[in-house]
Write a protein that binds this ligand. Structure first.
Ligand code: PXP
Length: 253
């Protein structure tokens, strides 16, 4: 089993752009947020360029590529338009996600089992350009199996169902994540996870030993309203580190 000691934190800055776009103009600037995230201990910056450009813009991606030293993880749908943008900027990583115009956020994982023919050429062309390809999938053995067959080196497990559930249902969703992470590792895939994570839900996911990276956005940006981005990232980082080190009580910190 691969034991990943240092759990990386990718800070997703999409919703800084959501607030900016509520009024147009340039404030608050997601690139400034990315700089602050780097200072607060983020290991990477994640941004989702959506087809409808509802938050992150093409110019944001250009500036993030040019001005930020941390690795950029570009989330995108598998379309030719997005592929060309990724090939132009060559981010460190691309995470392929499902996208529906009418959804508020990425609602479920990519169904790689149903779409493997469509996805294969994207994985190949991005990987061929030296970009690390990750597939955002539900924690299911079938999806993992197909992700491996597609040749993607990384999977990101969707934690939304776990975060939204309570009590026994949350435990069951956590178990699915634990089993999926172990199976992905057996297949030789690097495992990331994310979506919906917050202070009270991050601990058990961060404690899953095969997970190498968490990508967290909405909660960090929301929490920044009350205590600042620096403080929200540092607290998340501390909770992740405590959980990874096996310190109990991470959820109540
Ligand atoms: N990972 C992926 C692949 C995502 O699409 C998102 C949302 O854009 C996240 C992580 C972060 O989710 P949240 O903003 O809920 O923390």
């Amino acid at each position: 089993m691969t034991l990943v000691n240092r759990l990386r934190l990718g800070v997703n800055i999409d919703h800084v752009a959501t607030i900016r776009n509520a009024r147009g103009g340039r404030h608050p600037d997601p690139v400034r947020a990315a700089r602050l995230a780097a200072e607060a201990g983020a290991d990477g910056i994640t941004a989702h360029l959506r087809e409808d450009r509802r938050h992150i813009s093409d110019e944001d991606i250009e500036r993030l590529s040019r001005e930020i030293d941390l690795p950029l993880n570009l989330e995108m749908a598998a379309t030719e338009e997005m592929l060309l943008i990724a090939l132009r900027h060559k981010p460190h990583a691309v995470c392929m996600v499902p996208e529906k115009r009418e959804e508020l956020t990425t609602e479920g994982g990519l169904d790689v089992a149903a779409q493997h023919r469509h996805l294969a050429s994207y994985v190949e062309r991005l990987g061929g350009a030296g970009i690390r390809v990750s597939l955002f999938i539900d924690p299911s053995p079938v999806q993992l199996h197909v992700a491996k067959a597609l040749g993607a080196p990384v999977v990101e497990l969707h934690t939304g169902a776990y975060c939204e559930a309570n009590g026994a249902a949350r435990e069951a969703e956590l178990q699915r994540l634990i089993e999926a992470a172990a199976y992905a590792d057996d297949l030789g895939l690097e495992v990331h996870a994310g979506h919906g994570l917050a202070f009270d839900s991050v601990g058990p996911v961060a404690a899953i030993p095969q997970i190498a990276e968490l990508n967290i956005g909405h909660f960090l940006v929301g929490e920044a309203i009350f205590g600042g981005l620096d403080s929200s990232i540092k607290r998340m980082r501390a909770l992740m580190d405590q959980a990874r080190a096996g310190v109990s009580g991470a959820e109540s910190a």
